[in-house]
Every structure is written in structure tokens, then in C-alpha cells.
Design a protein around this ligand. Sequence first.
Ligand code: GLY
Ligand code: MN
Length: 455
Amino acid sequence: MATGWADTELQDLRPVEQAPYAARRRAALSARFPGERLIVPAGNLKVRANDTHYPFRPSTEYVHLTGDQTVDALLVLEPRPDHPDGGHDAVAYLLPRSDRESGEFWQGAAKGELWVGRRHSLAEAEQLLGLPCRDVREAAEELRAAPAAPTRIVRGYDAGLEAAVATDEDRDAELKTVLSELRLVKDDWEIGEMRKAVDSTVRGFTDVVRELATAIATSERWIEGTFFRRARLEGNDIGYGSICAAGEHATIMHWQRNDGEVRPGELLLLDAGVETNSLYTADVTRTLPISGTFTPLQRKIYDAVYEAQEAGIRTVKPGAAYRDFHVAAQRYLAVKLVEWGLLEGDPDDVYELALQRRFTMAGTGHMLGLDVHDCARSRTDLYVDGTLEPGMILTVEPGLYFQPDDLTVPAEYRGIGVRIEDDILVTADGHENLSAGLPRTSDEVEAWMRGLTGA
Ligand code: GLY
Ligand code: MN
């Protein structure tokens, strides 16, 4: 079995589209840590049971800096102390093709190519990624033998390597923070990928509306499966567990069991995002009347959330405080809650005391990109207390949630939850709603549903 196999090496490969962008990100990182060795692992497979594994998703940091998605890989930025410009040499350590002579091709269901499919050879990977590639099985030894240099590793992905390099926890955390901040502003290629993620997500929401009758006859699971089909057809996966929350499940922020009934007359809160093959994700929410028409109370609540979201989105522009959209949306909802008699007092006082939070619950948005809650390790002064810049992409997602057991609100409110979430790109002179392909006002939602279901 060891011999008689053709040479299948691929020739004349072109670098992947993101290769020059990844090179610029590595250069930006290099400038932040002169003279230090930086190690960015992709991560390892996680056992589900025996010889089966959870689907592999490489670390966001590794993908951002290489464009590669392979298991066990790592990026090393090796400092060049003698070089006049300083800087670093980048090397990707990857699993090479599995060898038939040694038998590894057939053995090992986790990594043998008979089981998992062909990998790129190191020479092929060098052409695709545009950086030198070496055998990852030699990495620990090569790092041990390398000239002494202060070293940092991105922790949390490769326990074996962390133990081998024995670095300082606080300094490693600082590396992770800088990498998080490096993703705050997206480059043109990333913005293109985010458009793809959102456009696929729009099609996924459309699929769900078309299949609402089957969901009514089955359960929320049909909605989950319908959206997932679109995600796998057009992208890599869903970017986070889909929230397919019908009826009072909409008052649970991250309802992902998705095993409830879908009843006409109630609302469906669908919060879902397609992750592209490059691993960028959308994060969109629409709240839909399952029968196709809002009741007067559902419409009143929906319209208030819509206006709050509009107030938030209007603030998004370069130079604005990141917090502005949150403040604008929360203030608007405080006014409405007082107007409806659900909270007492001056709306400004209600807002200052955060009394509206009983019904608005979660934050009003977050950065978006390779992670659904992207850039989460960034320092406060650059993120939540920071200033918007062109190229940032964030969600604006206010909501009102009346818990089914909340005795402080009239019974008819209980169990209603509404969230509207869009993905907003900060442009040079304002913003662009990337998810505007889905209807947002109550009238538009109803008309859209009528058009899709024929009801
Ligand atoms: N879409 C889920 C979240 O933003 O938490
Ligand atoms: Mn979100």
C-alpha cells in the first residue's frame, strides 16, 4: 500500500485574496512588540467521544493574521534583532500532507487524509498564504532551540504549546488585547466578507418566512434547521447558536434550545447570522408576527423598538462616542415605558436610574466581525468608552422584553419580546446599514411576509 501513488502536488497556486491584508495586519502587530517572539496558535481538535471530535473552528486571532484555517497550526513572529528595521519574520507551522509510507495516511481518523481529506503540502500552503510554512510537528523543538527572546503566546487554544513555552500570563493577556484591538477597524476585504455574511443571512431569514407554515406544524427546530441549511450552503456555518424564539421564549436573551411550539398570533424573534467561508459572521434579529399581522399591542411595542433603533443608528458616524447609540436607544425606550404607564417618573430620571433595564435587559449592541462579539478583549478606552472610526462594524439591537411572570405590567404585555438588530458599518461620513435588505418597520415586515407566503 505504500507505493504506486501518483504525485498530486498542485503547481502555480496564487495567494488567497486576504494574503496581502493578513500581511499588513502582521506588520501592525510586529510594530507593537519589537524584539519579542509572538506565537498565535490556531487550536486543536476537541474530543466529543472516543475518536469523534467537535467541528474545528480555528482561533480568530490566527485566522485574522494568516487567512489559514487548519487544525493544530500556529503562526510565529520571530524577532529580527540584527535587522536594521527590526521587525519580525513570520512563519506558519502547519500539519503537512499525511504520509503513506509511514502509514499515517490510513491511521488516525482525526488527521489521516484518508479520513479527513487532502491537506495542502507545505509548499502549496506557502504559495497560498504568502508566507514561509514549516512542519508543525517540529515547532516545539524549533522554538526551544531558537535564540533567547521574550516570548508571548495567545492563550486558550493550545495547552501543549503553552506548557512548552512557559510564558507570563499577564504579558500573554496583553498580546490578546492588542490583537482584539487590531480587529476594531475592518479593512476593505473584511468589509466585503461582512457584506457576504449579511447577504446570506438575509436569504436565510427569507427561507424561514417561506417555511413558517411547516414550523407551525412542527416546532422552532424547523426554523433553526432552515436557517442552518442556508448557512451551510452559502457559508461555513452559523456564526453563533441561532435564537429561534417563538412566543414567550423571545423574552429569554439567548434562547437556543429552540424546541418550542410556533403559534399563530404570537411573535417569532429570530436572531441568527451566517458565517462566511472566511469565518466572518453577521448578527441580525427580526421579530415577526407568526400569522403575518401584528396585533395592536405587538405593533405598539414593535414600533417603539424600531424608533429606538432608528434613534441609535442615527448617532453612528466617525467621531461619535461608541456609547451614543446605546444612550439614544435607551433614552427613547425610557420615554415610551413612562408614556405607557409601565414606569413612573421623569423619563430622564428613569434613564439615569436605569429603571428601563427591567424591560430592555441586554446591552444595545457590540462590535462584529470574525467573532459575533468581536474585539471583546479590547481596552475600555478604545471600545466601549471609545470613538467610532470608518471601518468599524457594530450591531444596534435594542429590545423590549416583558417576562411572562412580571406582575408589574398588565397581563397582555407578559410574554412579549421584541428585538430588532442590524449590522452597521461606520463610513467616512456616516454609516451604512449592511442588513437593510431585510424589512424593518412594522408595515414593511407585514408586506414582506405577505409577499413571501402569499397570505
Ligand atoms: N446575537 C446574539 C448576541 O448578540 O448576543
Ligand atoms: Mn448581537
